[in-house]
Design a protein around this ligand. Structure first.
Ligand code: SF4
Length: 322
């Protein structure tokens, strides 16, 4: 069947250039042969340490970065092809919300201009209706109609993120990449923004790819979870399955770092040795092997592929599949 969003063997390699002649001496394999799908009105949480490629993946799916290889399909249509034929439609239906709501909002524009700019460009409503339309979108996002005439610096961090959510929503998207949307915010207002995103998803039937380094945040909002390590997805499962029965040693390490409500079930903290190795020069075999305490001979030679071990629980580790 056709998935709402499907990613097939997606790759994003950045050339590393050296010397006066800027010769390409290698590639940073930020996204390396990744495949998965997202169902309609689902939230897939994509989690991993910084530098694992999750932000690059979000941008590559949307073709804000042209993929080096592989494809992404939106409702059965290949996005790269669709983009050449109908770029406005793609750019309208697939939006992105960034981590830093201040950096992504033009400080010289009022909220009205920020939210209205693209609405006008796409001709989504008439000039006469525009003010009412913007006021309505703002109120959906928990802002007031009079906020239209203010500038970004007059708002708190949480309100600024509401403005960038409103800007995305005003275009009536179907799919939104949420790239660390609460990481820059105070802990006290994170759940407000997460709940807003959840409510909007229900009301407007949205589908999210939710990117975060914080598993506690991902847990709050996701239906399924995918764990990324050095450009690869190493585990993917429904949220319940993932938290009840995590399989990959890297997932164990991530999970051991978050507090759980029942202290008896708190996992012993696993401290990962060393930094994330560079994706320019990933370890051979399983990319996690230098940091894995279960690493076997085979792990240094062969690369495990992502395999369904039952009920849509995927893992790439020789402890669980050959
Ligand atoms: Fe560890 Fe080997 Fe599994 Fe990789 S494949 S996570 S090195 S046990």
């Amino acid at each position: 069947g056709i998935h709402f969003l499907e990613v097939k063997n997606l790759r994003q390699y950045f050339p590393i250039k050296r010397g006066v002649f800027r010769r390409t001496v290698g590639y940073v394999r930020a996204v390396d042969d990744v495949s998965f799908h997202i169902d309609d009105q689902e939230t897939l949480g994509l989690v991993g340490e910084s530098g694992c490629g999750k932000t690059t993946m979000g941008r590559t799916i949307l073709h804000l970065l042209e993929p080096t290889g592989g494809e992404a399909f939106f409702m059965g249509e290949e996005i790269g092809v669709k983009l050449r034929h109908d770029p406005r439609d793609v750019r309208q239906k697939m939006q992105i919300i960034f981590q830093d709501p201040y950096g992504s909002l033009n400080p010289r524009m009022t909220v009205n201009e920020i939210v209205g700019e693209a609405v006008r460009y796409y001709g989504l409503c008439s000039r006469k209706e525009l003010d009412d339309y913007i006021a309505e979108v703002l109120s959906r996002c928990g802002l007031l109609p009079e906020h239209r005439f203010r500038y970004p610096h007059e708002f708190s961090g949480g309100q600024r993120q509401r403005i960038s959510i409103a800007r995305a929503l005003a275009l009536k998207p179907k799919f939104i990449v949420c790239d660390e949307p609460v990481s820059a915010l105070d802990v006290s207002i994170r759940s407000q923004i997460l709940n807003l995103l959840k409510d909007l998803q229900e009301q407007l039937k949205l589908t999210y790819l939710f990117i975060s380094h914080d598993l506690a945040v991902v847990r709050h909002i996701s239906d399924r979870i995918a764990v990324m390590y050095l450009g690869k997805i190493v585990e993917m499962a429904s949220k319940v399955e993932f938290f009840d029965n995590p399989l990959h040693p890297y997932s164990h390490a991530l999970l051991s770092a978050i507090p759980v409500p029942d202290p008896k079930r708190q996992r012993q903290r696993i401290i990962l040795e060393g930094d994330v190795p560079s994706p320019a020069n990933p370890p051979s075999g399983c990319r996690f092997n230098p940091r894995c305490k279960h690493a076997m001979e085979k792990c240094r030679k062969e690369e495990p592929s992502l395999v369904d071990v039952g009920g849509g629980h995927f893992v790439a580790c020789f402890l669980h599949c050959r």
